[in-house]
Design a protein. Structure first.
Length: 426
């Protein structure tokens, strides 16, 4: 039993229309359940109800046990002074507001139908599933409902990703180009080095990147030095020495911050080594001074791929690490990697930028991400096993949001599909 079930019952009016009474025998008539609150404070705002014929308007708080009121210290919290009804599964103690007045309590266990409880238990029973609670029913849910819910989940995912972008904008005093650089650095670091690259990129003044971007050697030395690949390395390679010498000069000239830490190589394929990713990032910025505007204006996936089509400098065509030659390859960004850049960096940034300019973003961005192939990972493979194929990147992102923030947290009753399943025959 979870509080989400109480919220579901109250929000969708799964109670008898009459014959409801508080623990003190007051008749309860629900006129309006109020607005569901997912943030701090009472669970429902601005509810309207009658208690023994008297009209009340205010907030409703819900708990599994009424004693949870004290476990959560609501009796001392002024945010709960306007609670007009305490809705619980079990009424085990009287509760009072901060001013000492008692709050009427409605015990739901007396009124909820057996059919609804059985449906809930079937949905939440973990022993009968291998992936998600509704895996046996998922492929039978109305396609229109699923499509609309996935669309909403994708927007939720964009909104979540926009939190980092808005933080970076505040830190950079609304420098969109600087934000793009930090986000690209994070993405070029991938899962293994993404957090480290993000932290390092945030400490690099983007104006320095712009000043040295016309000199590919200087830009590469800046990136390799700032991201920790030139310090404490015993290497007699001439190119390495030239980069370190150049970085020492740039550090003195621009007062660059001291580097702490190093990126990780262990467990990575050579194509994903931080050396190669930084060389590609340097090549991208050395080649294109108008990178931000081009990425914001590209109308199609093909145009974005063209902007992001980049390899490495000549040294890195024959190296994966300093001083160790390898077979010559161009080491271009792969289509798969470029698609991930578009999904995880470019589209969320364009989402925020369009909102900043008060432009319509929906059709363009949904169109872009819907024209990208879906990602490949274990979560999406499991969705396919239960009969839900993923057509494009918009759906794959939505399903990742669904699994990570609903299914894995048992938030079935906040999910449109879970609500649909529990509504059947109840």
């Amino acid at each position: 039993m979870q509080e989400d079930l109480l919220h579901f019952i109250w929000r969708l009016n799964k109670l008898p229309t009459d014959g409801l009474y508080t623990g003190k025998g007051e008749q309860v008539v629900i006129l309006s359940p109020g607005t569901h609150n997912h943030l701090a404070g009472p669970d429902f705002f601005n509810a309207s109800l009658e208690l023994d014929g008297q009209l009340w308007a205010g907030n409703v708080e819900m708990h599994l046990k009424s004693s949870d009121w004290y476990a959560h210290h609501h009796e001392t919290d002024e945010n709960y002074n306007n609670v007009v009804l305490h809705v619980v599964w079990k009424d085990d103690v009287a509760v009072f507001r901060k001013d000492g007045s008692q709050i009427p309590t409605l015990e739901l266990s007396n009124y909820v139908s057996t059919a609804l409880l059985e449906q809930y238990q079937q949905l939440m029973e973990k022993s009968k599933r291998t992936f998600i609670n509704c895996e046996k029913d998922f492929k039978h849910i109305d396609a229109f409902l699923v499509e609309n819910w996935l669309h909403r989940l994708y927007i939720e995912r964009l909104e979540q990703k926009s939190n980092l972008i808005m933080d970076l904008l505040r830190q950079s005093q609304n420098n969109w180009e600087a934000v793009l650089f930090v986000l690209l650095a994070k993405s070029f670091g991938s899962k293994v080095n993404g957090a480290y690259f993000l932290d390092r990129a945030k400490t690099l003044d983007f104006s320095v990147v712009r000043k040295v971007s016309q000199d590919a050697h200087q830009l590469e030395s800046l990136f390799f030095g700032h991201f920790g690949l030139l310090a404490d390395v015993d290497c007699s390679d001439a190119y390495f020495i030239s980069l370190r010498t150049e970085y020492e000069y740039l550090t003195a000239k621009f007062g660059l911050p001291t580097c702490s830490g190093k990126p990780e190589f262990f467990g990575l394929r050579p194509a994903n080594f931080p050396t190669i990713r930084l060389a590609q990032l340097a090549k991208l910025y050395a080649r294109d001074a108008q990178l931000f505007s081009k990425l914001m204006q590209a109308a199609t996936v093909e145009e974005l791929h063209k902007v992001l089509e980049v390899g490495v400098g000549s040294y890195w065509e024959t190296h994966f690490t300093f001083g160790k030659a390898s077979r010559q390859t161009k080491k271009m960004l792969s289509k798969t990697f470029t698609d991930l850049l578009i999904i995880n960096t470019i589209v969320p940034l364009r989402f925020c930028y369009a909102k900043h300019l008060d432009r319509d973003w929906n059709e363009d961005l949904i169109g872009l991400v819907s024209n990208l192939a879906p990602e490949a990972n274990s979560i999406l493979k499991n969705f396919e096993k239960i009969g839900s194929k993923t057509k494009n990147a918009m759906e794959s992102q939505a399903k990742l949001e669904l699994f990570n923030n609903y299914c894995s947290k048992n938030k079935c009753l906040r999910c449109a599909m879970g609500v649909h399943l529990l509504n059947r025959n109840t």
